[in-house]
Write a protein that binds this ligand. Structure first.
Ligand code: SAM
Length: 267
């Protein structure tokens, strides 16, 4: 079976299929889905995680890009329970999440090449999403969860932590997949948080400020933000312009973003 999986895996779809029952069980236990849940699984593949989700009785929407996997997913899940299970054969980045409902629980062993744009897309729908459990490269998990001062702390950490709580859950080694990826992986839980989201006055401005601030990690905030903020304003906001971007807390980035958003709206 493993050999067949390895032979069928398509690199351009980021296919590394989970074959380790202990990891699959641990993922399912951390999701703990029930018949009351609306679960969206991204990239079900051959159904390694899907089987357990399906057995939990939840409402299940599968989003799978690879056409070759569709017949098996239809036969194993959708056609057995069409009233609570459906398949969208499309690139998840093109799927209109607005039409998928509310209180969504998003799950996926993600194709690593689309992980970052997908997370930003999901956070844009944070109001509809109850929680997210995804497998990512361990390095990306570390970046998402990193604290200020840590070398992994950057744009992804600030933008996700500004709107959500994050919790790394499981480390996964390459042998748990076929074909084995070159790097370690990890599962992370991300919970979009309305109270956090409300503090951000303008998401686009925060995105812009954070991108500018981290544009050159080794340079100072003064240098990276010189087009955006004056020395007097650094002083007013009590931010040291000589600091490197990784020194600033998520809170301070939010304050900075809100200040710029207000300044722009009153200009
Ligand atoms: N969930 C399965 C497992 O754990 O064994 C497969 C995981 S594999 C890492 C990623 C899955 O995402 C594959 O089934 C792949 O075809 C699918 N995929 C890749 N790109 C996608 C995209 N843009 N939209 C939806 N699915 C995608």
């Amino acid at each position: 079976m493993s050999r067949e999986l390895a032979q069928s895996a398509r690199k351009r779809f980021g296919q590394n299929f989970l074959i380790d029952d202990r990891v699959i069980d641990a993922i399912l236990a951390s999701i703990n889905s029930s018949p009351d849940d609306s679960v969206i699984e991204i990239g079900p593949g051959y159904g390694a995680i899907t089987s357990g989700l399906y057995s939990s009785g939840c409402d299940l929407t599968l989003i799978e890009l690879d056409r070759n996997l569709v017949p098996n997913l239809l036969a194993s899940f959708v056609n057995k329970s069409p009233s609570r299970c459906r398949l969208i054969n499309q690139d998840v980045l093109r799927v209109n999440f607005g039409a998928l409902g509310t209180q969504l629980r998003v799950v996926g062993n993600l194709p690593y090449n689309i992980a970052t744009p997908l997370l930003f897309k999901l956070l844009g729908h944070g109001g509809q999403i109850k929680d997210i459990h995804v497998m990512l490269q361990e390095e990306v998990v570390n970046r998402i969860a990193a604290a200020p001062g840590n070398s992994a702390y950057g744009r992804l950490s600030v933008m996700i932590q500004a709107t959500s709580s994050v919790e790394p859950l499981i480390k996964v080694f390459p042998e748990s997949f076929v074909p084995a990826p070159k790097v370690d992986s990890g599962v992370i839980r991300i919970i979009p948080d309305k109270s956090k989201r409300c503090r951000v006055q303008c998401f686009n401005t925060l995105t812009y400020i954070v991108r500018q601030a981290f544009s050159q990690r080794r340079k100072t905030l003064r240098n990276n933000l010189k087009e955006v903020i004056s020395l007097n304003e650094f002083d007013y906001l009590e931010i040291n312009p000589q600091d490197r971007p990784e020194r600033l807390s998520v809170e301070t980035y939010i304050e900075l973003g809100n200040y710029i958003a207000q300044r722009r709206s009153s200009a």
